[in-house]
Design a protein around this ligand. Structure first.
Ligand code: ZN
Ligand code: ZN
Ligand code: ZN
Length: 366
């Protein structure tokens, strides 16, 4: 693993230099895990900072009490690790590793407190956000990452297959969501990040999580759920119907399914992200529901459940083998119902490979 992390750090330092940056400042969270495997147990106001800059080996500054854990996880061989003690000025210690006039990209989730401390210690330095400057830093997954995402996807699929067997009518969205969360954990997830259960009119709000609404016969129900397994994310959506659907409900579901399929079939290296969004949107627009598809078509997934690349109008980034993202078109009819279908897809040399493989037919539940 040390070699893998070293390669990631070297590539990032080179990418930073190509982007005109002095280097990268990585704080605890997905970026630090990606580069070193190190996940500090207690993330606090005490600064932990990995500095990646071309021409230097990777350097990590940590609170002295975290140093043993950092050495064990990040491998003293690959990263030079120094500790700072309570009572020291941590920003002076961090600043000693930086170019006083340098331009750095810093992790999106760095604490404002710490960035302000660095700016004060080095008034001539400048900072940009990691994803604004190097959006594709973690976007192209290696084979091991794709397989972890595939395992997380298979676990989410297994949870979905089982939820089809539970009773929906007469139970609340919250109860179905609790069932889903338990199933994700039972199938190997370490953490559940969201369980959207949007029944009837609630399905028309893509961000409705779940509430106390009692599901009844005749409801469409949007189920969108995911979390982390072995460090990597799952995120899938299926829409089910309680009892027999109406012709219109079937039609809207068919349109969304066709949009999702068309977008999936368009996935191949070199196609722009925005093109995948356009293809899904065109199907829905042609069917007359364009104004009801009110969000982008997809987002990248990896160590987090939302990250670049984004499948959205204006995103010219071409697809690259190894990228992993959702394809999740939807139609939302206010006050009535919503439909969304979502799979995680990875780009291979000859097209897309779905990491979610449950049926995309409209499922009838009881
Ligand atoms: Zn219905
Ligand atoms: Zn989702
Ligand atoms: Zn999603």
């Amino acid at each position: 693993m040390t070699d893998l992390y070293r390669r990631r750090m070297d590539r990032a330092a080179a990418d930073a230099a190509d982007a005109g940056l002095t280097g990268l400042l990585v704080t605890p969270g997905p970026d630090l895990t990606y580069f070193t495997g190190y996940r500090p147990t207690a993330v606090t106001e005490r600064i932990t900072l990995l500095v990646l800059a071309a021409g230097h080996g990777p350097r990590l500054i940590v609170p002295v009490l975290e140093r043993p854990d950092a050495v064990e996880a990040a491998g003293a061989g690959a990263v030079t690790i120094t500790g700072w003690a309570d009572g020291d000025d941590p920003y002076a210690a961090a600043a000693a590793l930086l170019d006083p006039r340098g331009r750095y990209a810093i992790s999106d989730n760095a604490w404002a407190l710490q960035l302000l401390g660095l700016q004060e210690a080095l008034p001539g330095s400048r900072y940009t956000s990691m994803t604004a400057t190097l959006p594709m830093l973690r976007a192209v997954k290696d084979a091991d990452e794709v397989e972890r995402l595939a395992s997380a996807g298979a676990a989410a699929d297994a949870a979905f297959e089982q939820i089809l067997g539970v009773r929906f009518a007469g139970r609340t969205e919250h109860q179905i969501g609790t069932d889903l969360a338990a199933l994700l954990l039972a199938h190997g997830h370490s953490q559940v990040d969201f369980t959207v259960v949007g029944s009837g009119p609630n399905g028309a709000n893509p961000h409705h999580e779940m509430g106390e609404r009692v599901i009844t016969d005749g409801d469409m129900v949007v189920l969108d759920f995911g979390g982390l397994q072995d460090g990597y994310g799952s995120d899938t959506t299926r829409t089910v119907h309680v009892g027999e659907p109406t012709a219109e409900e079937r039609r809207v579901h068919d349109v969304v399914r066709e949009a999702q399929q068309a977008a999936f079939e368009a996935v191949r290296p070199g196609v722009a992200c925005e093109e995948i969004d356009r293809i899904a949107r065109d199907v829905i627009t042609r069917a007359g529901y364009g104004e009801h598809f009110i969000h982008r078509t997809g987002h990248g997934i990896g160590l987090t459940t939302h990250e670049p690349p984004y499948l959205i109008a204006g995103e010219k980034q071409p697809l690259v083998p190894g990228m992993c993202f959702s394809i999740e078109p939807g139609v939302y009819l206010p006050g009535r119902f919503g439909v969304r279908i979502e799979d995680i897809v990875t780009v291979t040399a000859d097209g897309g490979r779905r990491l979610n493989n449950t049926s995309r037919e409209l499922h009838i539940v009881a």
